[in-house]
Design a protein around this ligand. Structure first.
Ligand code: HEM
Length: 387
């Protein structure tokens, strides 16, 4: 009998054969281990993303949700409340705010790259992607740097799940509570002394004379810290992993950095960090012969939709010239990633600098240690040998 267990090491190591079986033979699959349906075809996922009235996020969007998060922040509310929160952040993320990050991103990236230059091998995750994204987020939010390591360690833990119990463990919940408390203090302090940073812009943003209440601000800042550090760092690592395994693509990018933005889109399609998110059905539906009930949870397997041959030609080929329109690397619909422009920009700058310094590298480990997570797929360590 076919099983799809998102907590298993086999799925961490290579989810793609499982995704193909799901798409071809079980397009609406009841996953016993997660206790929810799985949708894997691109068209079904897009339909779900465009119909928040049926596929609600208000019961949480993490496959294993953190306590008291559902219904309270950006990824976990439906319109109209969601739209209000989103508009306020969008107001803070102006073009000017993004232009502001170009030089700092270059500076933090090159700083950490120079620290490993001359080494024969280094760990891309712990020496580079994680350090760069933490520095960048601290810069964006003008956060005091003393607690940088604690913030990073807790952000990493929050997104994890205990594969044995198939739930968040006490350490993951404690990390989330630590972060919520940290965010509360940060917001309190920033309200007293606002500056010209993204966090201050967000706290003070108003729409029609209305601003956010303290709890909304606190939970949204917690979400932004989690996404700003973990989603971005996980994706940088996955892009390095893709480029390690596709030397021709890597050499083409090193020779012509103007190709990097297209390669980022293809990495978001081909093999990315944000693999699976959750919704909750608001009414009974029938899909592919399955009766799905109001109140059932549904996993949207973005990573599977991104390899759907019904949408993309030759989907298992990593082709940096593809321009994969409609990929699901940033989700879609009302919950499409709010940090997408920022992430694309940061990633482009990072790899411009990285490939200039390290045009030749290969993976040292055959098997990678994967972050234990039912949502995300990224390595905890990625040792690269450089020439
Ligand atoms: C390349 C890096 C990133 C990837 C791959 C990524 C991916 C995603 C995905 C797939 C979603 C949709 C979740 C769902 O369907 O429920 C999402 C939502 C979101 N992302 Fe990102 N993300 C990245 C970077 C960032 C950054 C840097 C930030 C902020 C600083 C951010 C903030 C958010 C927020 C706030 C949402 C929720 C939006 C909403 O519900 O309206 N992300 N992200």
């Amino acid at each position: 009998m076919f099983r799809f267990d998102p907590y298993s090491p086999a799925i961490d190591a290579d989810p793609f054969p499982y995704y193909k079986t799901l798409r071809d033979d079980y397009p609406a699959f009841w996953c016993e281990e997660a206790g929810m349906w799985v949708l894997s075809r691109h068209a079904d996922i897009v339909t779900a993303l465009n119909d928040w009235q049926t596929y609600s996020s208000a019961k949480g969007n993490l496959v294993d949700e953190l306590p008291n998060r559902a219904g309270a922040t950006l990824g976990t509310t439906d319109p109209p409340r969601h739209d209000r929160l989103r508009a306020l952040i969008q107001k803070a993320m102006t073009k000017r705010a993004l232009d502001h990050i170009i030089e700092p991103t270059r500076a933090v990236s090159t700083g950490h790259m120079e620290a490993v230059q001359g080494e024969k091998t280094f760990d891309f995750v712990n020496d580079l992607s994680s350090k760069v994204t933490v520095d960048l987020l601290f810069y964006l939010f003008a956060m005091p740097t003393e607690q940088q390591d604690e913030v990073r360690d807790n952000a990493v833990l929050m997104v994890q799940t205990d594969p044995k119990t198939r739930q968040k463990g006490p350490e993951h919940i404690a990390a989330y509570e630590w972060m919520a408390n940290y965010a509360a203090n940060l917001v309190k302090e920033r309200k007293k002394n606002p500056g010209d940073d993204l966090l201050s812009n967000f706290i003070t943003a108003e729409i029609d004379g209305e601003s956010l209440d303290d709890r909304e601000v606190q939970l949204t800042v917690t979400t932004l810290i989690m996404a700003g550090i973990e989603s971005l760092s996980g994706f940088l690592s996955m892009m390095a992993y893709n480029l390690a395994d596709h030397p021709d693509a890597r050499r083409a990018l090193a020779a012509d950095p103007s190709l990097i933005p297209d390669a980022i889109e293809e990495s978001l399609r081909y093999n990315t960090s944000a693999q699976r998110f959750k919704r909750c059905l608001q009414k009974d539906i029938e899909l592919h012969g399955q009766a799905m009930k109001a109140g059932d949870f549904v996993m949207l397997a973005y990573g599977a939709g991104n390899r759907d041959e019904r949408q993309f030609d030759d989907p298992d080929t990593y082709d940096i010239a593809r321009k994969p329109r409609g990929h699901l690397g940033f989700g879609g619909g009302v919950h499409a990633c709010l940090g997408a422009s920022l992430a694309r920009l940061a990633c482009k700058i990072f790899f411009e600098e990285f490939l200039q310094r390290f045009p030749e590298f290969e993976r040292v480990q055959e098997q990678l240690p994967w972050v234990p997570s039912s949502n995300f797929r990224s390595p905890m360590q990625l040792d690269l040998a450089v020439n």
